[in-house]
Design a protein around this ligand. Sequence first.
Ligand code: BGC
Length: 758
Amino acid sequence: MADINALIEKMTLEEKAALCTGASSWTTTPIERLGIPEMLVSDGPHGVRRLADVNSLGSDSLPATAFPTASALASTWDVDLVRELGEALGEEAIALNVDVLLGPGNNMKRTPLCGRNFEYFSEDPFLAGELAASLINGIQSKGVGTSLKHYAANNQEYQRFMMSATIDERTLREIYLPAFETAVKKGKPWTVMCAYNKINGTYGSENRELLTDILKGEWGFDGLVVSDWGAVHDRVAALKAGLDWQMPGPREMEVQAVIEAVRNGSLPEVQLNEAVHRILNIVFKAAETPKGGTFDVEAHHALARKISAESVVLLKNDGVLPLTNHQHIAVIGRSAREAHFQGGGSSHINPTKVSVPYKELQGLAGNAELTYAEGYPKDDSYQPAMIDEAVKLAQGADVALLYIALPSFKEAEGYDRPDLDLTEQQVALIKAVSKVQPKTVVVLNNGAPVDMRAWIGDVAAVVECWMMGQAGGGAIADVLFGKVNPSGRLAETFPMRLADTPAYTNYPGENGEVRYGEGLFIGYRWYDAREIPVQFPFGFGLSYTTFKFSNPKVSSKQFKDTDGITVSVDETNTGKVAGKEVVQVYVHDHKSKLVRPQKELKGFAKVELQPGETKTVTIALDFRSFAYYDPAYKQWVTEDGDFDILIGSSSADICLTETVTLASSLTLPVLLNRESTIRDWQNDPKGREIFRSTYELAERLMRSDKGDDSEDDSFIGMDITKFLEEMPPLSILRFHESKLPKSADEIVDDLLKEVHGK
Ligand code: BGC
C-alpha cells in the first residue's frame, strides 16, 4: 500500500481538488506523475452495468448476469445465498475491470408506491441490514468494493432531486438509519453513496450530521463518501459536510470552486486533505485486485436461477400446485414469452442471456401440451380481443398459467407508481380467465406489491416471482412443477389497498417537503398498531410441505441487557417433501416510557428440512434487540422489565412465546428540569426521593382549596392525584405562592440543584 500521507504532501492543491471530483462518468482522476491510478466504478446493484465508454451514462453496457433484484433477494431471507451472489458479482466486476460496484441499495420501503422499491430490500431495518451486510461481504471478499446507497431516506422517487424528508430523530435512528448502520458495521463497504434528497432541510450531499457525525464518527466508517450522480449542489459545502468524492465528472467549475475556497481560507486545507486521504485509500485498495479475465457465464446463469427460485413466494395455493399430470396447459400473458426480469434505470443490465419462461415450461412439461396467448399488450391500451382469445384457450385446458408483469411505465427508477394496480387489461384478463378456468394460476413479475382484491378470490394460486433476473423463467418452471419447493417469504407487507398503507396521508409531500408523520410505524409496525387487515403479512410464504415449531428455550429468563440471550426452537418438517422454513424471532416490550411498535424482528434463520426431520435453530439477541432510541438522552436505551420473545413463521403467525426479564445496565443522567411534571419527578428514581416532601406540600395545598375538610380525593369533580401528575411542580406551587415559605421558583430551583447534585 502506498504511503498516503507522503503522497498528499507531494500533491498540489489543484491535484487534490481534481481528485475529489470524477474524471469521467465512472472514474476517479488519475495522477500519473505520482503513480496514483484511476479507479472505475459501475452500477449495480444486482448485476454489473459496465459501460463500454466511461463518458457515457447510457445503455451501451457490456454483457453481465442480470441477477434477481433486491425485493427478490430479500424474499430468500437467506444470508448465505446473498453472500454467494455477492461473490459472483465480485467475479464479474473483476472480469469487466470494475473496481467498485455501486450497490447495494438499502433504503426502507416506506410506501409501496416508491418506483424504486425493487432495488431495496425491505420495510424492516433488521432484515435489510443483515442482507445488505451479507451482499457487501460477498462482493468485497473478491477484492471489489461496494457503495452502500442511498444514504439516507431516499424513500420515494417523486421529486427525489429536491424533496426534503422531514423525519423526527427517533424515527431516523430506529427506522431509516439502522439498515445502513448494520451494513456499515458488519459489511464495512468501501464507499457509501449519499442520497439526492434533503433530510430535514439539508441535502444528503451536504448533511454533516449524517455524513460526518453519524457515519464517519459514530459508526466508524473509514471508506469514502461518494455523491449520487448529480447530487452535489454546492461542492464546497458538500466537502465541509463530509462528501469526499463528487460524481459524475468532469466538473471543472466545481474543482475550481474548491481551489478558490482553500485559497481564500473558507475551506481549511486539512478538510480537503481528509477527503483526499479517504479517496486515495480506496483507490490504492482497489488497485490491489488484478482485473480482467472472464467469468463463468453458465455457472452464474445457474446461480441466478437458483436465487430466483429461492425468492419465489407462494402466496396462495388451493392445491393446484405443484402441477402434475396435466394434459393441456394454457400459458397466457406476454411476460411468458418476453421475460420481465429487471427494473428500469441505473440498475438495468445487458444480460448474458435470458431464459424465456414459456420455453422453460416446455422443458419441464413432459408430455403435456402447451398453448399460448398473449393476453395483454405492451402498452396501456385495452384490447378485448386479446382477452377473448385467452379465454378460449383457457376454457379448453386443464389449467391456465397467467404470466402477469407490471409494466415499466408503472414501475421504474426515477418516478413513483401512480397506484398499486395492474393495468386495466391485466385485471380484466385475470377475471375473465378465472371465470372459465377454476385452475388459474397467476404468476407475478413486479418489484413491489400490487392490489389483488379484484381477483384473488377467483384464482387457484398466486406465485410472486418479482423482478426475477435473467434466469427467472427457469426458476418459475422449477417452482410450478415442484422441482423446487418454494421457500420465499415476504420481506414487505402486501396491503389490501393503497389507503391502508402507512404513508398514505403523508405522501408524496407538498411544497418540497414530505413529513414522515407515521413515524416509527412503517410496514408491519403500522398494520400491527392500527389492526389493519393485510392481503399478506410480512414474513409470509407458503410451501409444498408443512412445518411445526416446538420446544422453545431461552438461555436465561432473567438477563442483563449487555449479556443478551440466545433463543432456540425446534423446527420439524411435518409434510411429505423436503422444504425450507424461515424461523422469525420478534421482540415485544411489555411496558416502556416511549411508545414502541408491538413487535420488531430481531432474528431469523432459514433452515432446510427433509420430510420428518427436526433441527434446532439458535438465534442470538443482544442489547439492541431490546433497546429503543431515546432522543432525550441521545442514545439507545434499555429499561428494566419483561419482554416477550415471539417465534413464528410470519409477523401475523406467532406460534410460540417466551417471556424474559431484562435488567438494564444503564445509569441514565437525570433529565428533570423546570418543566418536568410531577409524574416525571415520581418516575425518576433519584427525583422521587428528593421530591417527596414537596409533593406532600402540593397535595396539601390543593386539598386546602377544596373549601371543606373531606378526605376524598376529588376537587371540583377531578381526581386530585391524577390532576397533579400532569402538572409541573412550579405551576401548582405558583397557585399558592402566598402560602409558601419561599417563592415557587426558589423551591423548584433548589430541588433541581439537589437532584442534579449541584
Ligand atoms: C442512481 C444511483 C446510481 C447512479 C449512477 C443515480 O441516478 O440514483 O443509484 O448508482 O445514478 O448510475
